[in-house]
Design a protein around this ligand. Structure first.
Ligand SMILES: O=P(O)(O)OC[C@H]1O[C@@](CO)(OP(=O)(O)O)[C@@H](O)[C@@H]1O
Length: 804
């Protein structure tokens, strides 16, 4: 995933209790799961190791000169270890987790990173919601090693607030206050060795997550991976919620131990389908639930009796066994002995001829994971291999163990994640099923070529996890304890009584995983978990009484007939990420997008086309960098499971800054972003506040019908739907009105754009809407010209008061 030699330091910024450590470890786990070398360097650990844990707030007083030296020493040590780690792994992402609350500190880190050939992306978590802050302190800090043994929560709260106050005295938010538009001409690239005065944070890459994502500010993001990280950060939230997982009921192929295929359920599988609704309703009560299944019959049949909204994801289909589809393991060994042996050698990497590897499945599941991070109360009914990959993400299990996780049939697993951990519970329904698990052969590879190790690292004196370790033992143990280990005897009705906590921070090693800046100290501790649901073994047993499988089957068939076709699937999650990079755009699907502006359509569910998709784009990442040429890409439907709607965006030269606000409302946001990305072609700073959630008059609305005409105008089509842009500033271009029009977009710039930029802009707009370039006429249009209102889909008024 990373180009050779790519080294990125994500440098956290923020006052204590802003969730920096939570974000750090979530990002780290996500990247490791995606195969990226990743490690968290938590300065707090160094401080606790070098100076001690239980220091009161005076240690953080900016007038405490001795402490300041000690804190700096810790920061430098962590930085040194980070650079040594980069030398070991050659490429990867390090997350440098501390408050980094002053420009001087950030400049020091920035300078050092540049010296070591490491790209820097600052990531600030900014929050002024006192309830959230107090909740964070209360829930998290009381379990911190910094307050170990202190019973009096109020004392902890008071001390911690004092600590925050000390930091607040010197705290400087990233890039100024992040709300002022740049003054014209104020944008400067950093000199090679800037003084502190010259150090201009508007020139560095950063993202600000404001009030837990209510608003994101993204500045000068230049690489594909950075954009993925930001996109992930936009999606994570801290609400406590549960996800339920189950394999389909036993299938006819399972009975024969055959791979893949699209078989129906066995008689016992139908019984499981019958019993499932009772168990789920016991576990969930009246709460809403959405069921995600694969597109294969056995999962749809299993979900048939569940009275909830359902969605099918192609990405949840079982690992494709290619040539071996429909064979038994014995057949495979006999017919393809070499392949059979190779799979045993390294099951994660082995790709069936004409099929997939586990790594392939992980990659195609990324949109599912992203959506799971955003959603509440989801039940996934899928397959052995797919569920292994998903569990591995949540439990931070490495690629050697992942393909051997035990995912028993006829068992519901409930995973509840709180701010800092996961709780797994297993509910086995007492209906017989075969065991399809194959144990890991002795010859199986250990270590191997698989990349990805999340965790915290320290070569110096701070606690460390061996660099070679690819698997989180604690995650694995949690998984084993939770039932991934060999199954209980058949027929046992099991409700696992134990709640297993998998702290997000357990990935980092055995020591305290806390934040030296004390912003998230309680991360180290296992948080108390919610009381397990009131489901007793008896109640589960009640679900497993003999059932009329025939009735379930016919109910399912009726339901199948009534069910909406894919084109009518409701609530399809669609998200989109666009990056704009360097000199040109070559990337078609974003999968290898190291360069250029490109669209990542993978989050748009397969089978959902532009025409039929509700396209509830609730978030999106747009990143633009220097010299990104305006480019639009088409994504014609392909057999690739990642195929999605064609979406066209445009990224342009000199674009440097975006603000996005409340991206929650639906397709209007996506189109607004699409438009904004085009606008950025000639802006140095763009502030966009869009979305139905924002009150107030919209300045523009599109005519959906014009989409159709755009689509006939060429094979490329912008995803312009009913659109609201509540506020849009383009700063830095003076007050000259220029109206540019195209059949689908009208833009009015308050700008004194140079002619060549105008010309280029119009060309880009034209390309965006898929029409022939008529740049001369367009660039000559006068400011008094009216937009062709019937065809216009968006009017972007850049004359809005930039101070708003
Ligand atoms: O990777 P391995 O361990 O072979 O497990 C994947 C296999 O699991 C199976 C069952 O053996 O899943 P499923 O029950 O969904 O049909 C096969 O279809 C699939 O090929």
């Amino acid at each position: 995933m990373l180009a050779g030699g790519t080294r990125i330091a994500v440098v956290m910024v923020g006052l204590p209790a802003r969730g920096k450590t939570y974000i750090s470890y979530k990002v780290s786990r996500y990247l490791a799961w995606m195969g990226v070398n990743c490690r968290v360097f938590n300065v707090g650990e160094y401080r606790r190791k070098l100076v001690g844990a239980q220091l009161d707030h005076s240690f953080f007083d900016p007038d405490n000169k001795v402490a300041i030296d000690q804190r700096l020493k810790c920061a430098v040590m962590a930085l040194g270890d980070m650079f040594r780690w980069f030398e070991d792994v050659h490429n990867g992402v390090a997350i440098y987790d501390a408050t980094n609350s002053t420009r001087a500190r950030r400049k020091m880190i920035h300078d050092e990173c540049l010296k070591h050939g490491v790209e820097v992306m600052f990531c600030e978590s900014w929050c002024d919601d006192n309830d959230l802050i107090d909740m964070n302190i209360r829930e998290v800090k009381r379990t911190s090693p910094d307050y170990k043994g202190v019973q009096d929560i109020q004392r902890v709260m008071d001390d911690f607030h004092s600590r925050i106050d000390h930091y607040s005295e010197v705290y400087e938010p990233l890039g100024g206050d992040g709300t002022r538009p740049l003054a014209k001409g104020s944008y400067t690239l950093p000199p090679t060795n800037p003084t502190l005065d010259e150090y201009d944070e508007k020139a560095v890459s950063y993202v600000r997550k404001i009030n837990v994502g209510a608003k994101m500010v993204i500045n000068r993001i230049t690489s594909y991976l950075e954009s993925r990280i930001i996109y992930f950060m936009m999606n994570i939230h801290i609400a406590t919620r549960s996800v339920f997982f189950s394999r389909h009921g036993e299938s006819m192929y399972n009975l024969d131990q055959r791979l893949g295929g699209d078989p129906s359920l066995s008689p016992n599988g139908w019984k499981y389908a019958e019993a499932l609704p009772g168990l789920v309703s016991k576990l969930l009560g009246d709460q809403p639930l959405t069921i995600w299944t694969s597109t294969l019959k056995r999962t749809a049949e299993t979900a048939g009796g569940l009275p909830y909204k359902k969605m099918q994801w192609k990405a949840l289909d079982e690992l494709d066994a290619g040539l071996c589809d429909g064979l038994t393991y014995e057949d495979v060994e006999e017919r393809y002995p070499e392949e059979y042996a190779m799979r045993d050698e390294n099951k994660f990497e082995f790709r069936y001829r004409g099929g997939e590897s586990y790594r392939d499945v992980v990659l195609r599941l990324e949109p599912v994971i992203m959506e799971l991070e955003r959603q509440q109360n989801i039940m996934i009914i899928s397959h052995q291999a797919v569920l292994r990959c998903i569990y591995a993400y949540f439990l931070d299990i490495g690629p050697e163990e992942l393909p051997y996780l035990k995912i028993p049939l006829h068992t519901v697993m409930k995973l509840t994640w709180t701010a800092y951990g996961c709780d797994i519970q297993m509910y086995k329904i007492d209906i017989d099923a075969v065991d399809t698990h194959r144990a890991k052969p002795k010859a199986a590879k250990r270590g191997g070529t698989i990349k990805g190790s999340s965790g915290t690292g320290a070569h110096s004196e701070a606690p460390s996890r061996p660099l070679s370790s690819k698997t989180s033992a604690s995650g694995l143990n949690a998984a084993r304890n939770a039932g991934f280990a060999p199954a209980k005897p058949q027929g046992a009705t099991t409700v696992k009584p134990e709640s297993l906590v998998k702290s997000a921070f357990a990935t980092a090693g055995t020591s305290a995983q806390t934040n030296g800046d004390a912003s998230s100290n309680a991360a180290a501790a296992k948080v108390p978990l919610p009381t397990p649901p009131p489901v007793q073994p008896e109640s589960v047993a009640a679900q497993s009484q003999p059932v009329d499988a025939g009735a379930v089957r016919s109910a399912f068939q009726t339901q199948q007939q009534q069910q909406q076709q894919p084109s009518e699937i409701q609530g399809v999650p669609s998200k989109l990420s666009v990056t704009g990079g360097h000199d040109h755009s070559t990337c078609e699907n974003g999968a290898h997008g190291a360069h250029g502006a490109h669209v990542w359509p993978s989050q748009i569910s397969p089978g959902i086309t532009r025409e039929n998709s509700p396209v509830h784009a609730s978030s999106m990442t747009v990143t633009l960098g220097d010299h990104a040429h305006g480019t639009n890409h088409s994504f014609p439907g392909r057999s690739d499971p990642r195929q999605g709607s064609p979406v066209y965006l445009s990224a342009g030269d000199f674009a440097s800054s975006f603000e996005m606000h409340r991206l929650q409302s639906g397709d209007g946001d996506m189109s607004a972003q699409a438009d904004a990305s085009g606008l950025s072609a000639m802006t140095k700073s763009l502030s966009l506040d869009s979305g139905a959630a924002a009150a107030g008059a919209s300045t523009a609305e599109s005519a959906p019908s014009s989409r159709q005409s755009a689509s006939t105008a060429g094979h490329r089509q912008p995803l312009l739907a009913k659109q609201k842009i509540d506020e849009l500033h383009v700063a830095g271009h003076g007050n000259v009105d220029i109206v540019e029009t195209t059949p689908t977009i009208t833009l009015r710039y308050s700008s004194d754009l140079p002619p060549d930029v105008k010309k280029q802009t119009v060309a880009m707009k034209n390309e965006l809407v898929g029409i022939e370039d008529d740049d001369d006429s367009a660039s000559d249009r006068s400011s008094t010209r009216s937009p062709p209102s019937a065809a216009a889909t968006a009017v972007v008024d850049t004359q809005a008061d930039p101070s708003k």
